[in-house]
Design a protein around this ligand. Sequence first.
Ligand code: NI
Length: 189
Amino acid sequence: MAILKIARMGHPVLRRVAEPVEVAPNGPIKPVVRQLAHDMIETMLDAPGIGLAAPQVHVGWRMIVFRVPLERATGADGDKPMESQALINPEFEPLSDEQVLGWEGCLSIPGLRGAVPRYRSIRYWGLDLAGNRVERTATGTHARVIQHEMDHLNAVLYLDRMPDMGKLTFTEEMKYFSADALLQDKAAG
Ligand code: NI
């Protein structure tokens, strides 16, 4: 196990589209891929963060790790805590056009938070480290972290998706945003 160096915004690896992980049909996941996944989980927990994509540790593979800690699970619509886990060659599709604004940070953009629109509910799929296909629906923090990490595989950062740079803030200054600031915006469309 190892804690990996995290690429910060400006490093070109974050602006390259990642390549699919080679997986033989019904074959086991290669040890090098499993090792990277374990190291990414350790790096994510150390940071600490709730998600990490392989390009963020300078590897151009389509693999993400994520978790939903108890305090971040909203409980609404089945948004439950999730253990740390890896997803290989993930894909997703929205279950409706509805988007919601929520605060996000990124381990590659330390110290900042921004309000980002994401699909409220999605279906996603990929392979786990045993090579089994995983398919789930997700809402809340679970849906948000999957969309954020999958953006990294496509060379997109959350800043690219922000409609209002007035809602980009240092974490320490978030106190100046009222709790319902995002809801008001949502109502205003
Ligand atoms: Ni990120």
